[in-house]
Design a protein around this ligand. Structure first.
Ligand code: CMC
Length: 371
């Protein structure tokens, strides 16, 4: 049922991109279960599926990957602007600024409707921007993109300068694919609203990044890590979580507007992480905290159906591969760029400006009051 606050239950668009089935806990990308794609396909193949509607042949995939590799190099203007931004800026503000810079000066990339060329270029470049600024903030020289590595492996390579372990690439690829697209979430909606005015790609993506930054959306994983660090050991979990709930605080990594059962993305990541780190005490703690939290949420918030969401196990994935916590939301963004841009292409293909209404609940002038 539709609700005025938060547009709950309101259908804002028809989409062929994804089905988010919150009652049964399923996530489908263009006819494929996302959890299967996460295990068996590459990031680029899944991006192709979302943008073009089918999985690519090997030949098409090779050509497609070449476009990504070509898009990874930082343009000189952007590099100069990144150098001017304070190293202590948070990475989401850096990304918002970087996309804004990319949207200046080049008519091809700012034209309506957005082109395939532009969306591949923006998506391919995002990890380079993150890695460049991350290394600069630590006083390290930038690492040039590696032309032989796929998108996800190259991201890890540009952060560390080392060829990443295959297990790290596998788990981050799975997370990136699972986080790539998720229906009409706040950041996707924000981007579609901006594009619906026939504004440009960069403006729409800046809106999406701004929405993604908030702790109720993409900012949750680092807060999950903080919570798990504060809990520290299994024997402290119940008391800590009870105190949080009793004082009216939210448990980060739990609850979802759509999922009223387990988030399938969290389940898939838990399974993958179990293979990778079943013996790791920190991962054991995470699994214990999940179980304890779900039991307590049923007591403190009866009837709300609050379960674990993707951000909880995203934190576990990113910690396992030793990604610094302040890069968590930016990494989520690097993957969600695909979903956002797929939605922008879809919006452009059947555009009508978004223009909802509001109910006025303020005072009327005397002249307009009915007696
Ligand atoms: N911990 C404790 N209580 C909660 C939580 C939580 N994580 N989430 C919802 N509730 C309670 C909330 O207090 C409210 O209780 P009451 O009716 O007594 O006031 C009830 O459940 C409904 O909450 P709501 O805010 O109306 O639910 P929503 O659908 O607007 O919010 C949400 C969805 C994800 C913002 C929310 O569950 C939340 O804040 N979770 C924690 C932050 C988080 O993990 N965010 C990542 C979401 S997954 C990534 C994505 O897809 O964006």
């Amino acid at each position: 049922m539709a609700s005025v606050t938060g547009l709950e239950g309101v259908i804002a668009a028809e989409t062929e991109l994804s089905l988010v089935d919150g009652q049964n806990g399923n996530l489908v990308y263009r006819g494929y279960e996302a959890k299967e794609l996460a295990l068996h396909k590459s990031f680029e193949e899944t991006a192709y599926l979302l943008w073009y509607g089918s999985l690519p042949s090997q030949e098409t995939l090779n050509e497609f990957k070449a476009q990504w590799v070509a898009g990874r190099t930082l343009p000189a203007t952007l590099e100069s602007v990144l150098d001017l931004l304070p190293n202590e800026s948070d990475m989401m503000s850096i990304l918002r600024t970087a996309i804004s810079v990319l949207g200046t000066g080049d008519n091809t990339q700012s034209a309506w409707p957005p082109s395939d060329k532009a969306i591949i270029a923006y998506t391919a470049l995002l990890p380079t921007i993150i890695a460049y600024k991350y290394r600069q903030s630590r006083g390290l020289s930038p690492i040039a993109p590696h032309t032989d590595l796929d998108h996800v492996a190259n991201y890890l390579y540009m952060l560390t300068g080392e060829i990443p372990q295959p297990s790290h690439v596998k788990v981050l690829t799975a997370y990136f694919i699972l986080a790539m697209e998720h229906g009409m979430n706040a950041s996707t909606f924000a981007g579609r609203v901006v594009l619906s005015t026939q504004s440009d790609l960069a403006s729409a993506l800046c809106a999406s990044i701004g929405a993604m930054k908030g702790p109720l959306h993409g900012g949750a994983p680092s807060e999950v890590l903080h919570m798990l660090d504060e809990i520290g050991s299994k024997d402290r979990a119940e008391e800590y979580l009870r105190n949080q709930l009793a004082s009216g605080k939210r448990l980060m990594g739990f609850g979802h507007r759509i999922y009223k059962t387990n988030d399938p993305r969290a389940e898939a990541l838990r399974r993958i992480m179990t293979e990778l780190s079943s013996e790791d005490p920190w991962f054991e703690l995470a699994v214990h905290v999940e179980k304890t939290a779900v039991d307590l949420l049923a007591v403190y918030k009866p009837g709300r159906n609050l379960y674990v969401n993707v951000e909880f196990y995203a934190a576990a994935v990113m910690r396992a591969i030793e990604l610094p916590p302040h890069l968590f939301t930016a990494s989520f963004t690097a993957s969600r760029m695909v979903g956002w841009t797929a939605h922008l292409l879809e919006q452009a293909s059947c555009n009508r400006i978004f223009r909802p209404q509001s109910t006025y609940i303020g005072e009327l002038p005397v002249s307009l009051r009915q007696s």
